[in-house]
Design a protein around this ligand. Sequence first.
Ligand code: ADP
Ligand code: MG
Length: 352
Amino acid sequence: MNIEVKNITKQFGAFAALKDVSLGIKSGELMALLGPSGSGKTTLLRIIAGLEWPDAGQVFFNGVDVMSMTVRSRNVGFVFQHYALFRHMTVFENVAFGLRVRKGPDRASEAQIKERVMKLLNLVHIGWLADRYPSQLSGGQRQRVALARALAIEPSVLLLDEPFGALDSKVRKDLRRWLRRLHDELHVTSILVTHDQEEALEVADRVVVMGDGRIEQVGTPAEIYDDPATAFVHEFIGESVMLPVKVEGGAVELNSHGLKLDARGAPEGPATFYARPDDFRIAELHAQHLRGRVTGVRRFGATRRLDVEIDGKNGPAHIETSFPAGFDPRVGDEIGLYPERYRVFAKPETGS
Ligand code: ADP
Ligand code: MG
């Protein structure tokens, strides 16, 4: 089932939660919606599910406008962080619920229900817990039951809103890897909402980065990390080294040492130079390189890392980079640095 979201706008009173959001999700894809709290992820997911209606815009499933369809007829399965299991029902009955409430010709026989529920419980590796009650399960096991329950109706689309948000980090990591393997088996078109970049980048085929009710970028995890489209994405994902600069004649000057770099299309005027800490190569100390002072030398196993403070008119910036064998830096040394990779974004009108 492919999903097309077209020009969705949603206001809550005077507050614009979604501002002209358009997005395509391919059939069988696992897409992550990633963004800080309040960026509109849940609202977008609820609109796709049919739990919330936009002020303007449409959602299409396989080209069909679903705006007038209910949750049930859209055939979506969902797992929310706080979407509780039925406490008075066993694990088996929780998963069977969606099948039992069906009416008419869709209604499965008791034998079919039993077979399907046990198959699902085994798929999520909790077949042995079928007779337990939710209170007898760990948080991770409960979320597996919630997922089995969502899958029971054979949804065309699976929507997951911070499904592992309440679990501790070790369990989260195990569950997200397991979710990825499960998706590879089932290929249900899935949307995973998370504010955890590691989770999104590790699990998803593609990631939608949202900020303040808008889509900032859509891309594969590698594209998002290596080629951030906006200052927001650069700052939100991974670590950023930022230096205030000014674009003049299509170039930016770093430090007061005369290193000039192409501004890569950024408009003339105040801007910010962005790089990842790893994007710097250690270079000789001369005018064409950035100057920095070593503030720490550390090693983790085979990797040696250097903490460097960049000086100059742009103010100090801290970078952490690996360095080649044979180079023996000491704290206090002055060294040269060259950014192998960087971007320049115009300074936003407000905020940082
Ligand atoms: P996210 O899931 O990215 O944290 P949400 O989609 O839940 O963001 O919310 C986006 C913004 O819309 C938030 O500022 C939130 O307070 C607001 N919002 C969400 N639902 C409602 C609602 N029912 N009434 C009023 N404001 C809401
Ligand atoms: Mg949310």
